[in-house]
Write a protein that binds this ligand. Structure first.
Ligand code: DGL
Length: 270
């Protein structure tokens, strides 16, 4: 048993999709979440900048006495996981390997798609993970840079003409590749699952990277006998920009009200 909290971070609000899953499958855990909303999106930036930001995010989270960190950001996981693991003496869990394992288990045709940020696609992390974990899979990737800003604006529902048109444009190429499984390689994208599902059709299975990283965290903590034991865990939220803005959208990602539970911090101090 280990009662210490789990730290979770993302460039913005997307990582809350992982928090939702963590709370669902490990309700006794305490969670500390940091969303770097003052610098979102990371996905169009260089690897050096992403690493610099991710190190600051980690330093902030490590100011708490944590038992593990979940990098609930596809962009950071694809570009910096190994460095962050090497620099920290607690388990650091990313989204790539868990999502690749799930996609490999789901695909029947061996034709898998990936949608993610530009920096995630450019990193080649998914190709490397498939080569190691499921070498028979053929991966077709597409960067979708407009998805994150649209989700952060709450423009993610079916019937919204803008997101529907953007999704149609990004996904038509992957559809033509006849994939049967699509990895939503960014933790913002589960909010687009309905819109993406409309375009891809019901026969294409969608893999939610946040949910897979939450499952990987549970497996790891179970193996280490480090799960918490209490009737109900608590979550606290930190953001690098306005708490009101964070909370307004957080309820959409978490599907619960988190009013007055968020604190603003200055990430440049870390
Ligand atoms: N949730 C982040 C990810 O998974 C958002 C990307 C961004 O900040 O551009 O990649």
């Amino acid at each position: 048993m280990n009662q210490q909290p789990i730290g979770v971070f993302d460039s913005g609000l997307g990582g809350l999709t992982a928090v939702r899953q963590l709370r669902r499958i490990m309700p006794s855990e305490n969670i500390i979440y940091f969303g770097d909303t003052s610098r979102v999106p990371y996905g169009n930036r260089s690897r050096e900048t992403i690493l610099k930001y991710a190190r600051q995010d980690m330093r902030f989270l490590r100011s708490f006495d944590l038992k593990a960190v979940v990098i609930a950001c596809g962009t950071v996981s694809s570009n910096c996981l190994e460095q962050l693991q090497a620099e920290n003496d607690i388990p650091v869990i990313g989204v790539v390997a868990p999502a690749v394992q799930r996609a490999a288990a789901l695909t029947r045709s061996g034709r898998v798609g990936l949608v993610a940020t530009r920096a995630s696609v450019r990193s080649g992390a998914y190709e490397r993970a498939f080569r190691t974990l499921a070498p028979a899979v053929r991966l077709f990737s597409r960067a979708c840079p407009l998805f994150v800003p649209l989700v952060e604006e709450g423009r993610c529902r079916p019937g919204d003409a803008v997101i529907e048109q953007v999704a149609e444009e990004y996904l038509s190429e992957l559809k033509a590749r006849e994939i049967d499984t699509l990895v939503l390689g960014c933790t913002h994208y589960p909010l687009l699952a309905e819109v993406i599902g409309q375009v891809m059709g019901p026969e294409v299975a969608l893999v939610d990277v946040g949910a897979e990283s939450a499952r990987a965290a549970r497996t790891l903590l179970t193996e280490r006998d480090a799960l918490a034991e209490r009737p109900e865990g608590a979550a606290s939220f930190y953001t690098s920009d306005r708490a009101e803005d964070f909370e307004r959208l957080a309820s959409l990602f978490l599907r619960e009200d988190v009013t007055n539970q968020t604190r603003e911090i200055d990430i440049s101090h870390y």
